[in-house]
Design a protein around this ligand. Structure first.
Ligand code: NAD
Length: 296
């Protein structure tokens, strides 16, 4: 590998950029200093929009990054908490981001789903964005390998992590009179074999397919649907996966952009996709992973 040609006089240089290209043919590391997404100025991209974000467990949740990004872009946000045990961890997030509503929702409870959407209809009368950022599988079924997973465990994972998206969407659609955007969180394990992801692989594959079929069914109403596939992020749900630290380290080292992503990266992608800037996009799975998914 030869040396890079010298920069012309007066050309800007990057701080800490190494002059020698690494042996793998990539650009010198440090060429892309990381801009903190948290430092972005507020925008009006989603001003006047109403967003329901389901899946905040605490500050680290991907749903928290979505809610924070929507608020940064001018949307009003409603959050949910799964149960009374979760509530004290979600309340500080709701306060910190200035959520307008904080309501209970366990997606296995149809009465809670109905009550949530009744409240949204009464208080807002409209809905523009919905984020489904929840997943669950019984630990024994998650960690035993797909072959050993029980019918009950598989069905529960599918119900909470996939079909609940359809239950939410069915109730959200009547409130999206002027169109809207639905998001569901997937993962690379839907399409490639990621060791230890096990039964969540087929469940996420079903979730991504559901997004495509919903995009088809809801397109005529101006409602767009996306699966978002974030790279690994240390959250409470992720801690249930065996050897998650290996996945995290691999992502930061092997992704073309060579940086771990954070929840705000996911949220800002959703904010962009929900805005008129992305008005002709629907049905796709969007990877927010620094390009990791393109690697062999
Ligand atoms: N963390 C990662 O590396 C990663 C990567 C790709 C995709 N995802 C996906 O992102 C989504 C959010 O997970 P996270 O990593 O932010 O973890 P998290 O633990 O912060 O969030 C998971 C949420 O699911 C909720 N939930 C579980 N069962 C529920 C039920 N019955 N009713 C209502 N809510 C319920 C929990 O209350 C929690 O808020 C999940 O779909 C996950 O599979 C995570």
């Amino acid at each position: 590998m030869g040396r890079l040609p010298p920069l012309p006089d007066g050309a800007p240089t990057m701080p800490n950029a190494s002059v020698d290209a690494p042996a793998d043919g990539r650009a010198p590391s440090g060429a892309l200093p990381r801009a903190s997404s948290h430092a972005l100025p507020p925008s009006t991209l989603l001003a006047g929009k109403k967003a329901l974000v389901v899946g905040v467990a605490n500050e680290d949740s991907i749903a928290t990054g979505c809610a924070r990004a929507f608020r940064l872009c001018g949307a009003d946000v409603a959050l949910t908490y799964q149960n009374e045990k979760a509530r004290p961890h979600v309340e500080p997030v709701a306060q910190a981001i200035g959520a307008e509503m904080l309501l209970p929702l366990d997606v296995t409870q149809p009465a809670q789903l109905d009550a949530l959407f009744d409240t949204l209809a009464t208080r807002w009368g409209q809905l523009d964005l919905l984020v489904h950022s929840i997943a669950f599988a019984p630990k024994a079924d998650l960690q035993s390998g797909l072959l050993q997973s029980s019918a009950e465990g598989f069905a529960m994972a599918m119900d909470i992590s996939c079909h609940s998206f359809l239950r939410l969407a069915r109730r959200a659609v009547p409130l999206m009179r002027e169109g809207g955007t639905l998001f569901a969180m997937s993962y690379l394990g839907a399409n490639k074999v990621v060791p230890n992801y096990n039964l969540m692989g087929p469940v996420k594959a079903a979730l991504e397919a559901s997004c495509r079929y919903l995009a088809y069914e809801l397109g005529p109403r101006g409602i767009r649907v996306h699966a978002i596939s974030p790279g690994p992020i240390a959250t409470r749900a992720a801690s249930g996966l065996k050897e998650f630290d290996v996945l995290l380290a691999h992502a930061a080292n092997e992704a073309p952009l060579q940086q771990a992503i954070d929840t705000m990266d996911v949220g800002l992608t959703c904010a962009h996709l929900a805005s008129p800037l992305a008005r002709h996009l629907t049905g796709a799975t969007l990877y927010v992973d620094g390009g990791l998914n393109i690697m062999a």
